[in-house]
Design a protein around this ligand. Sequence first.
Ligand code: ADP
Length: 499
Amino acid sequence: MATAAATPSIDHNVSSFVAKTHKLLINGKWTAAASGKTFASYNPATGEVLANVAEGDREDIDRAVKAARAAFETGPWSKMSPSERGRLMWKLGDLVEKYLEEFAQLESLDNGKPLKVARAADVPLAADHFRYYAGWATKIEGNTIPLGLAPRGKFLAYTLREPVGVVGQIIPWNFPLLMAAWKIAPALAAGCTIVLKPAEQTPLTALRLGELIQEAGFPDGVVNIVPGYGETAGAALAAHPDVDKVAFTGSTEVGKLILQAAAGNLKKVSLELGGKSPNVVLDDADMDKAIAGAASAIFFNQGQTCCAGSRLFIEKGSFDKVVDGISKEADKIRVRPGFDPDSDMGPLVSEEQLNRVCGYLESGLKEGAKATAGGARVGDKGYFVKPTVLVNTNDKMKVVREEIFGPVVTATPFSDPNDIAVAANDTIYGLAAGIWTRDIKKAHTLAAKIKAGTVWINCYNVFDAALPFGGYKQSGWGREMGHEVLEHYTEIKSVCAAL
Ligand code: ADP
């Protein structure tokens, strides 16, 4: 565990931010919850209360949706030029970057992740999202359509791409600021207005982002931020009859509830859900890179990524070497509070998540799996778990079939690269996959056979605002990022005029 001397002090702005009782951002005003209730956000490195936040519920969601509706229909946003929209978004990206250190510290305290990871990944990527979609604001276009059956020159037909309207966005706790940026940026580029519900475990960076949205000069009601619990605030947002579209990132289980709730007014739905992603190492891979890559594929962000490479398939000739290598990598990982400069892996986000991951470890070991690294909790304060490699598993075990959302990988040998796609696809999920080989023919042949929204070859967890991300099968509906996501935030209108 960290020594006090090694731990950097908390930025003054961060300590005063966490000390405030946070309110909801509705119609450009910081507002108490209608119920007057607040809830606590915890520091997962200590289990202690970090901050208190107004607890949004149905009535607050309703107020926020009304504000978003007014901003969409009649407010300054509805008349703003795409160029001006893009300018505000670029400014927001600059502000996120300006306050990078503050955001990184808040994220590390609230979510647990190493400060150095938040500084290098979460915050810069979030800033880049606002800039990437700032560029899109002026490039959302329709087409002119030659009608197939009409005589030439008799009709003018074209499409308009219009904003879908008021969108509800529900995000998880694993990358709190980045998920907010993934959701908010394309919706703003399209001209929508937003009600965002952050995860109850990690509301702080979204609230700080709300302050910067105001500082950047977005009109009131364009982005409303309502923290609260999933079963109350989240469910009310998904079901709200005046929300035109709901975008959700989280578990497959909750994704199905969102879908049911959305049925009432048939709002548009996009879902980015769970995964149990295969990561395939062939005998001809660059083994040093494959081993380091397989370790980071599962252990990055404490294993709390929906695309974690949690099922490692290793060609028989390399099995012992790769298992030995990844186990050594796991043992080297320093599991410490995120604020410790030496921390490579922080705590899991919550006690609930700790119990879930430890439950999977117990079940795997009881069913006959063997841990070649890790296999248990670290200490008894905070929610730390050892990076774990399990062998001797079989495809019936829960640890192989279910998403653990923690630093636990199962390693399985295979003999024939021609058959590995069948095993890789033997899952209800289809979010991502990895392939490690020097043979480009094998790499691209396998990439074509794997049913997943993203396939990484000789790399893993490479994200970019321009690169679409999302799932096949029960990993979701639709794509985040790239220009594909803009389709979720726009409607196509066909206009056809007789000349
Ligand atoms: P996890 O299980 O990893 O915490 P969830 O899928 O439960 O992930 O949570 C992701 C987001 O969905 C959070 O913002 C959470 O509050 C929200 N949520 C949870 N349950 C519901 C629900 N029934 N309706 C709407 N949102 C929900």
